[in-house]
Design a protein around this ligand. Structure first.
Ligand code: PLP
Length: 384
């Protein structure tokens, strides 16, 4: 059986796939209002909010754009805290919508110090952009510490990419005073792609309703207005909503906290299995992601090993991005992953290395210095 350990879209359980064959209904019907009304509040448990969560028909990037277009206005001062490729993308989107963006970036594989963020915020910003889990580096940010420190010094909007943490890591949206958080269906929720799930605070919704909203299709104000009437602004990805309904039921059956713990446990097991074979996990233990493990291979090895994993072991992982392309592989462990899946993945990587690269990798994590210039490098698959 294939061991599909990419960073998304992830393997979808059969029951969730089967739900997608449910018959179509109008999104203005009572049946839809039942479906939609059942899903939206349950998503709140994953975000940690009693407020609004809006399913938008688009991928995660669309959700990030909805947030930037609806909550930022040209000339707004924005601080972008970046841990890698996706933090950079969020900043580009904000810039595209006219925000004036300052960047605070960590070297790849590391996090930004909380104190540095609060120091920079003293200059006065309208919004700060954060990435909870940086899929490109396998780093999870100390979101709680960051948000609490930010709230202690600033009233700015806190806008967070939770694309690869939602349904795998606690977010605490209300408790931390976040203003928007953007997740997706195709990662830890283990659904097909097609929906971005956007949590929004009351004050963010008020802001979205002010004049100057920058997108017609991705308007959060319109989406919220329609959600209050139990529907979506435009035709939704209905089949993905059916899948999401089923996926949420599975999470509820296991228990949300149990799901978070399981992700942490599986990730630890993955790191242990790699280290037991002499391989180097890139981020330090405290910042290693519960959903993505970045593992360093000997120079020149990652592209070849990834091909051998697929051809010889039916094992699929994601490549490194940009300058990490041939040094790093990224193993995804989001959704209902069997522990045996990560064990087998680590064993297969070691077997590929033993086969032709003179033994497992060792040494320091890859150089991070120039790693932020990664635009235009999406050549291979498995780059999410
Ligand atoms: N943000 C993060 C952290 C991601 O991992 C991804 C995709 O992998 C995105 C944003 C973009 O999401 P999408 O590809 O659904 O547009």
């Amino acid at each position: 059986m294939r061991n599909y350990r990419v960073t998304g879209p992830v393997e979808v359980p059969d029951g969730t796939l089967a739900a997608m064959t449910t018959r179509m209904i109008s999104h203005r019907s009572d049946g839809f209002r039942d479906l939609f009304g059942g899903i939206a509040p349950r998503l709140g448990a994953l975000f940690g909010t009693a407020g609004t969560v809006l399913p938008l028909t688009c991928s995660g990037t669309g959700g990030l754009e909805a947030v930037a277009a609806s909550l930022l206005r040209p000339g707004d001062r924005v601080l972008s805290v970046q841990l890698g490729y996706f933090g950079e993308r969020f900043a580009e989107i904000a810039e595209h919508h006219g925000a004036v963006v300052d960047v605070l970036a960590a070297p790849w594989g590391q996090v930004v110090d909380t104190a540095l963020i609060t120091e920079r915020l003293a200059a006065g910003y309208d919004a700060v952009l954060l990435t909870h889990n940086e899929t490109s580096t396998g780093v999870v940010a100390p979101l709680r510490a960051w948000a609490q420190a930010i709230r202690a010094v600033s009233d700015c909007l806190i806008l967070v990419d939770v694309v690869s943490s939602l349904a795998a890591v606690e977010i605490g949206f209300d408790e931390l005073g976040l203003d928007a958080a953007v997740g997706v269906t195709q990662k830890a929720l283990a659904c097909p792609p097609g929906l971005s799930l956007v949590a929004v605070s009351e004050r963010a919704l008020a802001r979205a309703a002010e004049p100057g909203e920058g997108s017609y299709y991705l308007s959060l104000a319109r989406a919220a207005e329609h959600a209050r009437a139990g529907t979506t602004t435009y035709t939704p990805a209905l089949s993905v909503l059916y899948a999401l309904d089923t996926a949420l039921a599975a999470i509820e059956k296991e228990g949300v906290e149990a799901v978070w713990e399981r992700h942490a446990r599986t990730a630890r097991r993955c790191r242990d299995a790699l280290r037991a074979r002499g391989l180097v996990v890139v981020p330090d233990e405290a910042h290693s992601s519960p959903t993505v493990t970045a593992v360093r291979l000997p120079a020149g090895g990652a592209v070849r090993v990834r091909e051998a994993l697929a051809a010889e072991h039916d094992t699929w992982v994601s490549s490194g991005r940009g300058p990490w392309k041939d040094e790093v592989l990224r193993i995804g462990h989001m959704g209902p992953v069997e522990p045996a899946g990560v064990d087998a993945c680590a064993a297969a990587i070691a077997a590929c290395l033993d086969g032709s690269a003179g033994g497992p990798a060792a040494g320091a994590p890859p150089a991070a210095g120039a790693a932020l210039d990664v635009r235009g490098t999406d050549g291979a698959d498995g780059l999410g």
